[in-house]
Design a protein around this ligand. Structure first.
Ligand code: CP
Length: 304
């Protein structure tokens, strides 16, 4: 059966766990998977900039013995001539076995999936969702904390436009005893559809606060995010809000020894460089894990 990954909830909780188990094994024994996707082709259709997602998808397919094709700048594709997503994906289906799409418009990968004969993976759509980043986040949380349940998770920064935040919240609250501390300026609060439909409707304990310092001692996981300049309507607002939270070594003093600090990256200045030397910093490991979860996902969606 043709499956896509557009929203994190397209995967059941059991499927997520099984993908993470597979990704763990791929990380430990990459040699066992070198021929897994031989002769298969991944198309990366990136209508918006990316470093980690596109290159880790490509590395994932190459690690599996497959091939990659695609574009990283929509101006180099026929989108620049006005071609629709529906027509593009119909054509790509004849050239590749699976496709990862990033698009500035929310819902573009969903639309593509409706016209596609190959699996479509949402590699980030506007300020909406980023489900493969969530798999990366979950793998890193499980590696660091040893579990995906009974965790106090602080999510800090731009919770309005940060698509990785929306996907992570939707996915992690399916695990037992998750407590969320949502730390943001008033203007960058998590959207109502998340607080109402996901958190309140499902009785998930959460607080919305302004102070990272007050929240710090309770946290098992701190998920920092960048203020998403590209989603703001005016530069003035961005400049006013961009330095709302800057994590420093000093701010980490009251934190638990076992805290894990995550960030989907890229960072601008919300985590100072000195924090990189703290053993609690997990964000580069998180970026590396992106390759293994994408290897696992490609195998899952292609039925390999
Ligand atoms: N985390 C993430 O999506 O990074 P890129 O924008 O570099 O792909």
């Amino acid at each position: 059966m043709l499956r896509h990954l557009i929203d994190p909830l397209d995967l059941s909780r059991e499927e997520v766990i099984s993908l993470l188990d597979l990704a763990d094994d791929m990380k430990k024994h990459p040699e066992n998977y070198r021929e897994k996707a031989r002769y298969k082709k991944l198309a990366t259709l990136f209508y918006e900039p990316s470093t980690r997602t596109r290159l880790s998808f490509e590395a994932a397919m190459l690690n599996l013995g497959g091939n990659v094709l695609g574009f990283s700048d929509s101006n180099q594709s026929s989108a620049a001539k006005g071609e629709s997503i529906a027509d593009t994906i119909r054509v790509i289906g004849a050239y590749a076995d699976i496709c990862a799409m990033r698009h500035p418009k929310e819902g573009a990968p969903l639309r593509a999936s409706r016209y596609s004969r190959i699996p479509v993976i949402n590699a980030g759509d506007g300020g909406h969702q980023h489900p493969t980043q969530t798999l990366t986040d979950l793998m890193t949380i499980r590696e660091r904390a040893g579990r995906l349940e009974d965790l106090t998770i602080g999510v800090c920064g731009d919770l309005k436009f940060g698509r990785t935040v929306h996907s992570l919240i939707k996915s992690i609250i399916r695990f037992p005893n998750i407590r969320l501390v949502l730390i943001s300026p008033e203007e960058l609060r998590v959207p109502d559809y998340i607080t109402e439909d996901e958190l309140k409707a499902k009785n998930i304990p959460f607080t919305e606060v302004r102070s990272l310092d007050d929240a710090m001692p309770d946290l098992d996981i701190l998920y920092m995010t960048r203020v998403q300049r590209e989603r703001f309507f005016n530069e003035e607002d961005y400049v006013r809000l961009k330095n709302s939270y800057i994590l420093t070594v000093d701010k980490l003093r009251p934190a638990k020894e076992s805290l894990a600090i995550l960030h989907p990256l890229p960072r601008v200045n919300e985590i100072t460089l000195a924090v990189d030397d703290d053993p609690r910093a997990a964000y580069f490991e998180q970026a590396e894990n992106g390759v293994y979860v994408r290897m696992a996902l490609i195998c899952f969606l292609l039925g390999l």
